[in-house]
Design a protein around this ligand. Structure first.
Ligand code: FAD
Length: 465
C-alpha cells in the first residue's frame, strides 16, 4: 500500500523547507519536492548572495576610516585591484556552506526529499501530487513555489548586458557603469553596492519617490545619502522596453519624461522592477482551481480546503522572513492551533543599503488616518556608539497612539538599522507602550539605545538631545 503523507510541500525555498522541518519536528510525515536547489531564491539568488556583495562594498568603503584613526598614510586599494573571480568564489562558498547545512537538516529530520518538478495536483480521496517520476498522496498540500524576476520583453534574454538580478550575481566582470531600472529594494541595494565601489550608477524610476512603502522622511533621507555617494537618480522617467540597442561598449535605450524622449546609456543595465509570484507551472484544473484563483485567506489557505500557499507565491510581501513565518503559521494550524493567522503589520522590512533602513508597523502618514499620533525621534549623532564608529548619519522615529501610548510603528535609517528592528518587532507583538520601551534598560554604549531615547522623546523625556 502507498504511504499517505501528512503533508506534501512543493518548493524547497525558505518557505517550503521551514514548513518541512517544523512539520517533521512535530512528528508529521513530510514529502518535499524541489525542482532546483533546496534554499531557493533567498539562498541562491537573493538574500545571501546580495548581502555577500554588500559585505564587500561596505568593507571597501569602511577601510577609509583607518586613515582618520591614525594610519594617516594608508591608501585604499584601487578598485581595479579587486580580484572579481576570487570574490565570486567567496560568495559561492558562502552559499555552498549554507546549502550543505540545509541538506543535512532535511536528512536529519527524516523528510522525504524529491528532487523533481511537480507537474500537477489532483484531488481524489487525498491530494495526489504528480511529477514525471513520482506520484504520492498527501492529506495537506503547501505550495511554496516562489517568484520570478519580471522583465518586460525578456530584454535580459535578448541582450547580453541587460540583466536580471539573478544574472547580475553571476557577472564575470565588474561593470564600468550601470543603469538600474527600478528603485525598489533590489535596485537600491545594488545601487549601494556599485556606488560604494566607486562605479557610476544611475537609477531610472517612473514614480516620483523611491521605496513607496517606507516612511517618507526615511526614504527621502536615503535618497539624499545615495546622491551624496554618487548615485544619479532619474525620477519620473519611463523606460521604453522596445528601444534597447547593444554594442560592444554599451547598452542604449530610450526613456520619456513629461513627453520628452531621452537617450540613456551604460555598460550594463539591471532590470529590477519587481518579481512576479510563481505558481510552479502546476496544473490544478482537475481540482476546480485554476492559477488565477490561488488567493489565500489570513490562514494562507486557498478556497480548496487543505491546500495552502505561502511565501512569494502567496501574493503577500516578498521577504524571506515573511515566507518562513507563514510556514510556521500553516504548520501550527495543521497541528491544531487554530488561533494563529498572518498579519503583515508585524513583518519588519529591511533594506541593506548604506545607510541601512528598517521599518515595522504603520508609517506616520498611515497612522494619522486612524489615530491621533505622537512621534518620538532621535538622531544617531546623539548616540555614543555611533560617534565612536563614525556612523552618525541617521535617525529613528517611533510612532505612538496618543490615547493608549501603544507603539504603532518604528522606522530607522542608519548603521545597524536591520539588526535594531527586531526589538521593535517584539514591541509591536506584545503591544508595548513607549513608556515601557523608555523604561527598558539598554546597554551602553550601544546603538540600541536610540530606541530607548526615541521612546522617551515621545513625551519630550529623551536625555541626549
Ligand atoms: P523561493 O525561495 O523562490 O523558493 C521557491 C522554490 O520552489 C524554488 O526553489 C523553486 O525551484 C521551487 N519550485 C517552483 N515550482 C516548483 C515545482 N513545480 N516543483 C518543484 N519545485 C518548484 N528577502 C529578505 O527577507 N531579505 C533579503 O535580504 C532579501 N534579499 C533579496 C535579494 C534579491 C536579489 C531577491 C531576488 C530577493 C531577496 N529577498 C530578500 C526575497 C526573498 O529571497 C524571497 O522573499 C524568498 O526567497 C521567498 O521564499 P519562498 O520560499 O517563497 O520562494
Amino acid at each position: 500500500m502507498n504511504i499517505v503523507y501528512d503533508i506534501a510541500i512543493i518548493g524547497g525555498g525558505i518557505g517550503g523547507y521551514t514548513a518541512a522541518i517544523k512539520a517533521a519536528k512535530n512528528g508529521l510525515k513530510v514529502a518535499l519536492f524541489e525542482k532546483g536547489k533546496i534554499g531557493g531564491t533567498c539562498l541562491h539568488e537573493g538574500c545571501i548572495p546580495t548581502k555577500t556583495f554588500l559585505q564587500l562594498s561596505n568593507k571597501y568603503q569602511d577601510i577609509q576610516k583607518l586613515k582618520k584613526m591614525g594610519f594617516s598614510h594608508f591608501q585604499r586599494p584601487n578598485i581595479e585591484e579587486l580580484n572579481w573571480e576570487q570574490f565570486l568564489s567567496y560568495k559561492n562558498q558562502t552559499i555552498s556552506q549554507l546549502f550543505t547545512g540545509l541538506q543535512y537538516l532535511v536528512q536529519k529530520n527524516k523528510i522525504d526529499f524529491f528532487p523533481e518538478k511537480v507537474d500537477s495536483i489532483v484531488k481524489k480521496e487525498f491530494f495526489d501530487v504528480l511529477s514525471k517520476k513520482t506520484t504520492i498522496s498527501a492529506k495537506e498540500i503547501i505550495m511554496a513555489t516562489g517568484s520570478v524576476p519580471f522583465v518586460p520583453n525578456k530584454v535580459n534574454e535578448v541582450f547580453e548586458k541587460v540583466l536580471s538580478s539573478d544574472q547580475l550575481l553571476e557577472l564575470k566582470e565588474l561593470p564600468t557603469s550601470i543603469a538600474i531600472i527600478g528603485s525598489g529594494v533590489i535596485g537600491i541595494e545594488f545601487a549601494t553596492f556599485f556606488s560604494q565601489l566607486g562605479i557610476p550608477v544611475s537609477i531610472i524610476e517612473k514614480e516620483q519617490y523611491i521605496l513607496p512603502t517606507i516612511d517618507r522622511d526615511i526614504s527621502n533621507k536615503l535618497k539624499e545619502k545615495l546622491i551624496k555617494n554618487g548615485v544619479n537618480f532619474k525620477m519620473g522617467y519611463e523606460v521604453d522596453f522596445n528601444s534597447f540597442v547593444e554594442s560592444a561598449e554599451n547598452v542604449r535605450f530610450t526613456t520619456t519624461k513629461d513627453g520628452i524622449a531621452n537617450e540613456e546609456s551604460a555598460q550594463y543595465v539591471l532590470v529590477a522592477i519587481g518579481r512576479k509570484r510563481f505558481n510552479g507551472d502546476l496544473l490544478l484544473e482537475q481540482m476546480d482551481l485554476n492559477k488565477d484563483q490561488l488567493e489565500v485567506n489570513e490562514h494562507l489557505e486557498t478556497t480548496q480546503k487543505g491546500l495552502y500557499v505561502i511565501g512569494d507565491a502567496s501574493g503577500n510581501i516578498q521577504l524571506a522572513h515573511a515566507a518562513s513565518h507563514q510556514a510556521e503559521i500553516v504548520i501550527e494550524r495543521i497541528l491544531g492551533n487554530k488561533e494563529v493567522k498572518y498579519d503583515e503589520f508585524y513583518v519588519p522590512k529591511c533594506i541593506y543599503s548604506y545607510p541601512e533602513v528598517s521599518s515595522i508597523g504603520l508609517t506616520e502618514e498611515e497612522a494619522k488616518k486612524d489615530y491621533n499620533v505622537k512621534v518620538g525621534r532621535f538622531q544617531l549623532s546623539g548616540n555614543g556608539k555611533s560617534v565612536i564608529t563614525g556612523e552618525t548619519d541617521g535617525f529613528i522615529k517611533v510612532v505612538v497612539d496618543e490615547k493608549t501610548d501603544r507603539i504603532l510603528g518604528v522606522h530607522i535609517i542608519g548603521d545597524k538599522a536591520t539588526e535594531l528592528i527586531s526589538e521593535a518587532s517584539l514591541a509591536l507583538l506584545v503591544e508595548a507602550t513607549s513608556m515601557e520601551i523608555g523604561f527598558t534598560i539598554h546597554p551602553h554604549p550601544t546603538v540600541s539605545e536610540i530606541f530607548n531615547e526615541a521612546a522617551l522623546a515621545v513625551n519630550g523625556q529623551e536625555i541626549h538631545s
